[in-house]
Design a protein around this ligand. Structure first.
Ligand SMILES: N[C@@H](CCC(=O)N[C@@H](CS)C(=O)NCC(=O)O)C(=O)O
Length: 211
């Protein structure tokens, strides 16, 4: 069984759940509190999410993009990860990694500045530099998408599964404008049945219905 540890509504865990839904892989979700419990830190000492436990294989790993690659390799083949001799493979790997290292990681810094930094540091030089870098990354992605439906070729790939969920955080949470083209792209992918199922699983424990 696959177990995905995640914060309720954590977008990186959503990446992993969306992939599982697209591949038809059964999974369980365990919600991690913030701050994470000692039990969770014993499993994954940095305390970040998501973390995947694969009991069938007897392994566990963190880093959402590594988890995407792990699942596609371990439980594929899947068209979401082109085969090793396909020309498209390089672009899928490049943009899947870019989704975290240039978009997701940059957002972490801006979120921390917005919600945790002292007033004098909320708009300091580093914050402005990070915002400018994120704007460049979004411009790059909008160009990379062009008029295509997907980032890398004619079908959905890990590149889209990495990039699209993070774009949802740009409305109001991060003060960097999301190019209209990327917003339309995100909304189109969000309408997929697999994303919808994943989003429900990602919401957190639902309160018990009142009798
Ligand atoms: N590069 C990591 C980033 C993980 C990460 O920053 N996750 C966020 C939640 S979406 C988190 O755990 N934040 C709290 C923390 O880092 O303590 C990944 O892609 O999984």
């Amino acid at each position: 069984m696959l177990t995905i540890h995640n914060f309720a509504r954590g977008v990186r865990g959503l990446r992993v759940m969306w992939l599982c839904e697209e591949m038809g892989l059964p999974y369980e979700v365990k919600y991690v509190t913030f701050p994470p419990s000692a039990a969770y830190r014993a499993l994954h000492p940095p305390g970040s999410v998501p973390y995947l436990q694969d009991d069938t294989a007897g392994v566990g790993l963190a880093e959402s993009v590594a988890i995407l690659l792990y699942l596609a390799n371990r439980y594929g083949p899947t068209p979401l990860l082109p085969p090793r001799d396909a020309p498209q493979l390089a672009r899928v790997l490049h943009l899947a990694e870019f989704g975290e290292s240039e978009v997701g990681a940059g957002m972490n810094t801006l979120l921390a500045a917005r919600f945790m930094a002292p007033a004098a540091d909320k708009d300091n030089w580093s914050v402005r530099a990070q915002r400018a870098r994120l704007e460049r990354a979004l411009g790059y992605l909008a160009n990379a998408l062009g008029d295509q439906e997907f980032l890398a070729g004619t079908g959905l790939t890990l590149a889209d599964i990495s990039v699209a969920p993070t774009l949802g955080l740009f409305q109001g949470v991060v003060s960097v404008p999301l190019p209209a083209k990327l917003d339309t792209y995100r909304q189109r992918l969000q309408a997929r049945p697999a994303w919808q199922l994943a989003q429900v699983r990602c919401q957190g424990e639902q309160p018990a219905p009142t009798p």
